[in-house]
Ligand binder design. Structure first.
Ligand SMILES: Cc1cc2nc3c(=O)[nH]c(=O)nc-3n(C[C@H](O)[C@H](O)[C@H](O)COP(=O)(O)OP(=O)(O)OC[C@H]3O[C@@H](n4cnc5c(N)ncnc54)[C@H](O)[C@@H]3O)c2cc1C
Length: 429
């Protein structure tokens, strides 16, 4: 049964713009019209774009989602799925439309021998909580786990295991997709494949993922994690490329962070292992060109689950300082491998630690493009690509700083695209 929250927005107030919108109140699920719910749906992790919807629906089932989509289409009301809201450019928002809050559909249905069936609004941390006790894990995880399965499958989902296993979208066995014709369609690589491939990395534009069957692999017990410091970007990139070619490490990433005298370059690599002795450091690190013992170097042995959840402490800290809630004018892109060091160096020459912001970080790591199989995920035409993520923060209440950051992102994105790179997650228009 529908429930309308009390608030300042009247459904009937939409009638002029969207004839037939009064029928919103008949939608199955919980309909939210109060100012607080609408304002929350007009915000995201970016805290820059704000599109106020007319209503938010918390559906009770996949059928409710399909029903709402059909109603919205017939009433010419734009509708959009929203996961955890960790986009940075309003991707899950819709001005004057209907936001479908998928986070209420978050059940883990079944953990099998090599797959798990989950609702589209389940967080990856929920997925792991169900699979790790069975000794199973998704092959690829994002650095941050408090985002939804539907949200990352709508963009791709990459992380330190991508060099070996591609994107999260490459490990989906089946999807249940709610569409504007009011149906929920089951699709997979061999069944209604057109819909399946359109929805994966489809940015929410081809239907709403209400349920997914995800591939699982045996989970390791522990992770030997290395954070090594490098003298410069070229040396870091050369070692990263070597590591992904040789395959000794399960996880390969890298960061560029402000240091005392400019940028500091770091490799983050992890080798997974069983409960016994970790693999020998000397063997793993042989031939690498890092600066042994440099400030910032860390080598530790972690439970696999703790390694995957390594962003939790940083999130808690940033929530405490308030920076988690500051504007995030992020830019993510894949650079063509052959030109990645020159391109990134040129971009960094014009990009300062002040541009990055106090808690900002730049991700820089290679992936093998042959490992990707998702048609919707645009990658450079190069056997190797480097993810370059400018994870920047802007001061709050400073519109000029945001305007500057967005203009800078646009110029950087143009340079990346004209060099054969592709944008990931969003296009900074
Ligand atoms: C701190 C942080 C760390 C991150 N780390 C990584 C990382 O390591 N690797 C990586 O690849 N990405 C990373 N991301 C980006 C993240 O994967 C994307 O922004 C993702 O889309 C967020 O998912 P969400 O649940 O918040 O979705 P939302 O932001 O709510 O929505 C994102 C898009 O997906 C659509 N959508 C949401 N749910 C569904 C659904 N069920 N069906 C169809 N469409 C849907 C929305 O309409 C929207 O277009 C990170 C983001 C943050 C904030």
């Amino acid at each position: 049964m529908s429930k309308e929250s009390t608030g300042s927005t009247e459904v009937t107030g939409l009638a002029d713009e969207f004839p037939g919108s009064a029928g919103l109140s008949g939608l199955p699920g919980e309909l939210l019209l109060d100012a607080e719910s609408l304002a929350a749906a007009a915000d995201d992790f970016g805290h820059i774009t704000h599109h106020l919807p007319a209503a938010v629906l918390r559906p009770g089932s996949g059928a409710d989602v399909a029903h709402a989509l059909r109603f919205a289409a017939s009433a010419c009301i734009p509708a959009r799925a929203r996961g955890a809201g960790h986009s940075t450019q309003g991707q899950g928002q819709v001005a004057g439309g209907l936001v479908l809050d998928l986070t209420v559909l978050r059940k883990i249905h079944d953990v099998g021998a090599d797959s798990v069936t989950v609702d589209g609004g389940a967080l990856w941390s929920h997925v792991l909580a169900a699979t790790l006790p069975r000794g199973l894990t998704p092959p690829v995880l994002t650095d941050y786990l408090e985002i939804t399965v539907g949200g990352t499958l709508s963009v791709g989902g990459v992380g330190g295991a991508t060099h070996r296993h591609g994107a999260q979208t490459d490990h989906v066995l089946r999807l249940d997709v709610a569409s504007a014709d009011g149906t929920v369609t089951s699709c997979g690589p061999d069944h209604k494949a057109d819909l399946f491939h359109a929805v994966l990395a489809g940015r929410g534009g081809h239907g709403v993922i209400v349920r997914a069957v995800l591939r699982l692999v045996p989970a390791p017990t522990r992770a030997r994690r290395f954070q090594l410091v490098y003298p410069d970007l070229a040396t870091l990139a050369a070692d990263q490329s070597r590591l992904i070619a040789e395959g000794a490490f399960d996880h390969v990433e890298g960061q560029i962070v402000p240091g005392p005298t400019g940028w500091t370059y770091r490799l983050e690599a992890a080798a997974y292992h069983g409960p016994g002795e970790p693999p020998g450091d000397a063997v793993l690190l042989a031939g690498l060109h890092h600066l042994p013992g440099a400030v910032g170097e860390e080598i530790e042995d972690l439970a696999y689950g703790d390694f995957l959840n390594r962003m939790a402490a940083g999130e808690a800290y940033l929530r405490q300082t308030g920076e988690w809630h500051h504007p995030h004018p992020w830019l993510n892109a894949f650079l063509p491998g052959a030109d990645a060091v020159r391109l990134a160096s040129d971009l960094l020459a014009d990009f300062t630690p002040a541009d990055l912001g106090p808690s900002g970080v730049i991700l820089f790591y290679p992936v093998s493009t042959a490992r990707f199989a998702t048609p919707g995920l645009a990658l450079p035409d190069d056997p190797e690509a480097f993810l370059l993520s400018l994870l920047r923060t802007s001061p709050p209440d400073d519109p000029d700083a945001i305007t500057h950051a967005l203009a800078q992102n646009r110029a950087i994105a143009d340079r990346i695209q004209s060099a054969g790179g592709t944008l990931y997650l969003s296009d900074p228009t």
